[in-house]
Ligand binder design. Structure first.
Ligand SMILES: *Cc1c(COP(=O)(O)O)cnc(C)c1O
Length: 387
């Protein structure tokens, strides 16, 4: 199908939820993609921080195909080896005690928020159910996670929202004000992705950790976007010198297949019992086999390379005309520009570079396997557009 036909059918049959760039991506290798017309692009987006080994990665493909050759789905009424292998790996690498698998980031967060309420209910009884989330956060599109998303623009049309959610600026005084007496959990992204790639400060996160422990409030780290090697460590919270009580992740975890994971650390380990939560597709064996490949390859050596690539790109970007600030952490890069970020992204696309935006910022979240040649090619297009 050529692009015009795809576009026509899309506008005729698909729900009108997406403002799309005028491109249909059909294939590629690593961070070099091709569209339906054969035009090539350097990929600085990896979907949205999803394809962490880029397109067509041989070892990842082999892991997926091997599992496809066995069985594609197993009901959670039965045991499944790919799930336990992945859960053991995730717990081994993080110190978490248990994992619940779902299919997306929103679902992973829904699970975390429900678990926090259950934890508090069992210990303190009804009413201690408040969730505090941060202003400018993004936690998903289900009604609970949308409520927990601290951006007014998401809070139109769909009310009434889930009661018992408050919003705070990333300052301890404001968290304490928002929390009141009946809070069971605070949910944060160490690096806020959707609202412009903003890293929280270390003093705030460590003070928050201390306060949460003191008040038996669960600290939930949403690592859906900033996790899985993206920031140069397996999970971003590691760079803050803290350990969460619950951590959620998704996007890059299975390298491009749908998965979500909610990790329970010691304090929250027994929040759920049989029947409390579930998912038909959660922990799909193909997704889990893909994620085993991903986590297995995010070794310390690989993560050092990510740090090196991040330092290289950040240094170059700082020197570009029209760049006012470079934000975020590792290969999760925000650019504050003099020009309109959406116009810049559109101009980059025209010249063969895929970049994302996040609010007013340009967002760069390339495959972690991006090569120096691909980085240089993409950076030179961006420099030309900005100049
Ligand atoms: C993308 C994202 C989500 C939602 O994930 P979905 O897979 O789209 O449901 C939640 N939290 C953060 C931080 C995200 O970036």
């Amino acid at each position: 199908m050529d692009f015009q036909k795809i576009k026509e059918l899309d506008s005729e049959y698909l729900a009108k939820t997406y403002a799309r760039y005028p491109v249909a991506l059909v294939g590629g290798k690593n961070a070099t993609l091709a569209d339906s017309e054969g035009k090539e692009y350097i990929d600085f987006g990896a979907g949205i921080a999803v394809n962490i080994f880029g397109a067509n990665d041989e070892a990842w493909k082999a892991a997926v195909i091997e599992q496809l050759g066995k069985i594609q789905h197993v009901s959670n009424y039965y045991y499944a080896e790919p799930q336990v292998r992945l859960a053991e790996m995730l717990c081994g690498r993080t110190g978490a005690k248990r994992v619940f698998f779902s299919n997306s980031g929103g679902e992973a967060n829904e699970c975390a928020l429900k678990a926090a309420r259950k934890y508090s209910y069992m210990k303190y009884g009804e009413g201690r159910s408040r969730i505090v989330s941060l202003k400018d956060s993004f936690h998903g599109r289900t009604l609970f996670t949308l409520t927990a998303t601290g951006q007014d623009e998401f809070h139109r049309y769909f009310g009434p929202f889930v009661p018992g959610v408050s919003y705070a600026a990333p300052e301890m005084d404001d968290v304490i004000r928002a929390a009141g007496k009946n809070t069971c959990a605070v949910i944060i992204e160490c690096v806020q992705g959707e609202s412009g790639v903003n890293a929280l400060t270390k003093p705030f996160v460590s003070e928050l950790r201390r306060w949460c422990t003191e008040h038996d409030v669960l600290l939930i780290c949403d690592e859906v976007q900033c996790g899985n090697g993206r920031t140069g460590t397996l999970y971003a919270y590691e760079q803050y010198g803290i350990v969460p009580d619950i951590m959620t992740t998704a996007k890059g975890l299975a390298g491009g297949l749908p998965i979500g994971a909610c990790l329970f650390f010691e304090r929250a380990e027994n929040a759920f019992s049989a029947g409390d939560h579930g998912s038909t597709f959660g922990g799909n064996p193909v997704s889990c086999a893909a994620a085993v490949n991903v986590i297995g390859r995010l070794t310390n050596e690989f993560l050092l390379e990510v740090q090196g690539k991040a330092a290289y790109m950040r240094a170059k970007l700082k020197g570009f005309d029209g760049v006012k600030a470079v934000t975020g952490l590792g290969l999760m890069i925000g650019l504050e520009l003099e020009q309109n970020s959406k116009a810049v992204a559109a101009a980059c696309l025209e010249k063969g570079l895929l970049v994302l935006t996040a609010h007013e910022r340009l967002r760069i979240v390339p495959p972690l396997t991006i090569t120096k040649t691909e980085m240089d090619e993409g950076l030179s297009i961006l420099r030309e557009v900005l100049g």
